[in-house]
Design a protein around this ligand. Structure first.
Ligand code: KG4
Ligand code: ZN
Length: 342
């Protein structure tokens, strides 16, 4: 089974080829970061137009690079949601067009499900069941994952996502877009503790998060006085420490709640090295293990879409519904993972 995966939910155009017996054959990515940098965030219309420009050349290049032919494909998978409507439509329309022309099925994939399953691409892969901490630019969720397609939401952010907290506070520090990696980089030369920021909902007793207060607290600090370089680095380190401390505490609380010892962390923020270091220490103390995607698959990419589709296609309920037919299709800019089950 050879699946072409297409990701266009936000500002990365990603394509990949996954074969269920040979594994990931290759992937290609075009990031739009520079396109949106001047605006300090993603401009949806520019994102859609760039996906239109990039998707087919990227796919052609991937086929050349892997030596695969379109005729060998079993299915074309694409991100159906959640994400930017126009951006999603580019991937969905391309996937359905290709699939129709080739006489094979097109399969819509939930973007968060793909993030959540992406650590299974690595070795050793976590066994089911596990707790997943999804930390992306748009979502922060804790899920109990019993098997492919069986997800129970344990907690989520009430306002900003962890990635959003990184991005918004980075903007307040005058760092470019996307802010997460830039803030993490600046934090390496600073020391947490010189500034004192809140750890939102750390002691709330549930598995929910709230990060918008952090942004307000940082705004108060930067408004009070101009910060010299060392102070900016210290503030960055404190911001990172505050976000990481909450994620670590809630991740471990979720393991306790679910009675499990395996924690999977996925989504863009799972690339954060401080989060990885802190989680390693905390998990060791509890006899738990933490699993991540490869660094290149933490942020949006086509590999996780092709892989999630290949896993879903093995579910009887999904495979029996797959057919190569022309017809309408839809995208789901808003879509709960719990409803995207088998
Ligand atoms: O999963 P992702 O690529 O896109 C969404 O599905 O939203 O996540 C992007 C988010 C952005 O907020 C970005 O700032 C954050 O992940 N991010 C990081 C790091 N790398 C990416 N945040 C903190 N540290 C990083 N190293
Ligand atoms: Zn994502």
């Amino acid at each position: 089974m050879l699946v072409l995966g297409i990701e266009t939910s936000c500002d990365e155009t990603g394509v990949a080829l996954y074969d269920d017996s040979r594994g990931l054959l290759g992937h290609a990515l075009h990031t739009q970061a520079r396109l949106h940098a001047d605006y300090g965030g993603v401009v949806p219309e520019l994102a859609s137009r760039d996906h239109v420009r990039r998707l087919l050349p990227l796919t052609r290049g991937l086929l050349e690079q892997t030596g695969c032919r379109l005729g060998e494909l079993t299915a074309v998978a694409y991100t159906e949601g959640p994400g930017l409507a126009g951006a999603l439509l580019v991937g969905a329309a391309t996937a359905h067009g290709l699939a129709y022309a080739l006489g094979i099925p097109a399969l819509g994939v939930h973007h968060l499900e793909a993030h959540l399953l992406s650590p299974l691409l690595s070795k050793p892969a976590p066994a089911f069941p596990f707790v997943a901490l999804l930390v992306s630019g748009g979502h922060t969720q804790l899920m109990r994952v019993t098997s492919v397609g069986d997800y129970e939401l344990l907690g989520e952010t009430l306002d900003d996502a962890a990635g959003e907290a990184f991005d918004k506070t980075a903007k307040l520090l005058g760092l470019g877009y996307p802010g997460g990696p830039a803030l993490a980089q600046l934090a390496t030369s600073g020391t947490a503790g010189r500034f004192s920021l809140p750890r939102p909902m750390l002691a709330s007793g549930d598995l929910d998060f709230s990060f918008s207060g952090l942004k307000t607290a940082v705004l108060t600090v930067v408004r009070e006085r101009a910060l010299e370089d060392a102070a900016r680095a210290d503030l960055a380190a404190e911001i990172e420490a505050a976000i990481v401390e909450v994620l670590v505490a809630k991740g471990l609380a979720a393991l306790r709640h679910a009675g499990l010892k395996r924690l999977v962390v996925a989504g863009g923020v799972s690339a954060n090295l401080t989060l990885r270091a802190r989680l390693a220490i905390a998990a060791r103390g509890r006899g738990a293990r933490v699993f991540y995607p490869e660094l290149e698959f933490c942020t949006d990419n086509g590999a996780m879409i092709a892989f999630a589709a290949a896993l879903r296609m093995q579910l009887p309920a999904v495979s029996s519904q797959l057919s190569a037919r022309a017809g309408g299709f839809t995208v789901r800019p808003r879509w709960d993972l719990e409803t995207a089950t088998q």
